[in-house]
Structure formats: structure tokens, C-alpha cells
Design a protein around this ligand. Structure first.
Ligand code: 9L3
Ligand code: MG
Length: 131
């Protein structure tokens, strides 16, 4: 089976990490994630991330580096995460989210993350704390 990649962004701005609360589907609603979505066939993952952050949050962001690792979501779907820098715009929950929070490194445990996002969130918090 082909494995489809979901890209997500650990979006940094002014020393904080962006968390987004899902509004759909019902089984994921209310849990927090690093925003992103599925890479389209033929699309570069970094381009998919830029597109997803534009669609979901109305911002322009620049992918910086891949957080090592890959986390299975369900059969045929894996999560890969990049750090990203906010280039312009103020994130708004335009699509698939109903709340956003900017978290300082010591606040990243304050939200109920989707379990598959936790390892990347931990790494992102370490990177933020290290400056
Ligand atoms: N997912 C998990 N963690 C994330 C993202 C962006 C997505 N950080 C899961 C939720 C869905 C699937 O991947 O089951 C596809 O995501 P989307 O296209 O609904 O955002
Ligand atoms: Mg999405």
C-alpha cells in the first residue's frame, strides 16, 4: 500500500509555539495539534505545509527544518513535522480548527495534544527553549 504523508508545522514566533484545536472530525474535535494536512500527489512536502498553513490559518510561513522521526496516524498515513517561521499574517482558525494558542516552551503541556503529535511537540519545545 502507498503511504500518504501528512505534514504539520511547529510554527514559531517570538519564542512561542502555535497550537491549534481541531473542530473536526468528531473523534478528533477538541484535541490540539500542530496544524497541517495531507500532501497532494506530486507535491513537495514543504510546499504542502506552506499551502496548508495558508488555507487553515491565513498566514505565510517558511519551513525551516524537519523534526527527525515519523509517526503513524492510521494504516497508510504517517505524520512528518517541520519547524516553520511565521513570515506574515496573524493566524486565525479559518478551517478545521476552533481555537489557537501561542505556547511558551514551559506551557506546551497545557493543552491536550493528539497523541501522535506529542513527540514532535516535545522536540519543538526543546528547540524553542534552547533559543
Ligand atoms: N493529523 C494528526 N496530527 C496533525 C495533523 C495535521 C493531522 N498534526 C491527522 C488527523 C487526520 C489526518 O492526520 O486523521 C489528516 O489530517 P487533516 O488533513 O484532517 O488535517
Ligand atoms: Mg489539517
Amino acid at each position: 500500500m502507498d503511504v500518504r504523508v501528512v505534514v504539520a508545522g511547529a510554527v514559531f514566533d517570538r519564542g512561542r509555539l502555535l497550537a491549534a484545536r481541531r473542530s473536526a472530525p468528531p473523534e478528533l474535535a477538541g484535541r490540539w495539534e500542530l496544524p497541517g494536512g495531507k500532501v497532494e500527489p506530486g507535491e513537495r512536502p514543504e510546499d504542502a505545509l506552506v499551502r496548508e498553513l495558508r488555507e487553515e490559518l491565513g498566514v505565510e510561513a517558511e519551513p525551516l527544518e524537519r523534526i527527525p522521526g515519523e509517526w503513524p496516524l492510521k494504516p497508510g498515513l504517517v505524520l512528518r513535522v517541520w519547524t516553520a517561521r511565521l513570515v506574515s499574517g496573524e493566524p486565525r482558525p479559518l478551517e478545521d480548527h476552533d481555537a489557537l494558542r501561542w505556547l511558551a516552551p514551559d506551557e506546551t503541556d497545557e493543552v491536550d495534544w493528539l497523541p501522535q503529535d506529542r513527540p514532535a511537540v516535545g522536540e519543538a519545545a526543546r528547540m524553542l527553549a534552547a533559543g
